[in-house]
Design a protein around this ligand. Structure first.
Ligand code: IMP
Ligand code: MG
Length: 198
């Protein structure tokens, strides 16, 4: 059973001013660095309790998950192995394009406990594709964890087992998330000013 404390905070749509060092394409801040780390620490605690001493294979979805994966896994007390799968759906735009597999898994997943980690659950197609892929490798068990979940209706009705924050339907960047491969290195989660984009 999943832990009952696993209820994600809901982030209101109000933006805070961006730091001066941030690019003008970022309209404002939605989640600060401190808020991110506090929630990730709590999430890591819940995940550690749920898995106990079982070794878990963490499968990160490239590239947006890099910061989250680094901060989350360093806070886990469970033994882990880490692998990455590359799947890309956003091609230099804010709307979903074709799904493309750009890196395969290295580790054996048969009879393993697998936790798939992604940056954001939006339409759900990315997570759905990776779940299908991982299931075909016969893991002992499969759970999913996303840092952000947009509060939109999803077809397919995909849900993640562990969610960091529920956010409004903004296009967000920073802390791993990109627009056209940019802004991944920002320390907090900001909202992209779409009028800035050519
Ligand atoms: P989905 O397949 O529509 O759920 O989209 C999930 C993928 O699209 C994520 O792994 C992200 O890489 C990307 N994505 C979705 N929404 C955003 C966003 O607001 N900012 C940046 N990337 C996003
Ligand atoms: Mg992306």
């Amino acid at each position: 059973m999943l832990d009952s404390q696993n209820t994600p905070p809901i982030i209101p749509p109000k933006l805070r001013p961006r730091p001066q060092s941030y690019p003008a394409a970022v309209k404002g801040i939605l989640i600060s660095e401190e808020e991110l780390l506090a929630r990730i620490t709590a999430l890591a605690c819940v995940i550690s309790q749920d898995y106990g001493n079982d070794e878990v294979v963490i499968v990160g979805i490239l590239t947006g998950t890099i910061m989250f994966l680094a901060d989350l896994t360093r806070r886990l007390s469970v033994p882990t192995q880490i692998d990455f799968v590359g799947i890309s759906s956003y091609r230099d735009q804010t709307r979903a394009g074709q799904l493309e597999m750009i890196k395969k898994l290295n580790l054996e997943l048969q009879n393993r406990r697998v936790l798939v980690v992604d940056d954001i659950l939006d339409g759900g197609r990315t997570l759905q594709a990776v779940i299908k892929d991982v299931r075909s490798l016969n893991p002992q068990d499969l759970r999913t964890c996303v840092l952000l979940e947009k509060t939109v209706r999803r077809t397919p009705p995909i849900k993640a087992d562990y969610v960091g924050f529920r956010i409004p339907d903004y296009f967000v960047v920073g802390y791993g998330l990109d627009y056209a491969e940019r802004y991944r290195n920002l320390r907090s989660i900001g909202v992209l000013d779409e009028t800035q984009i050519a």
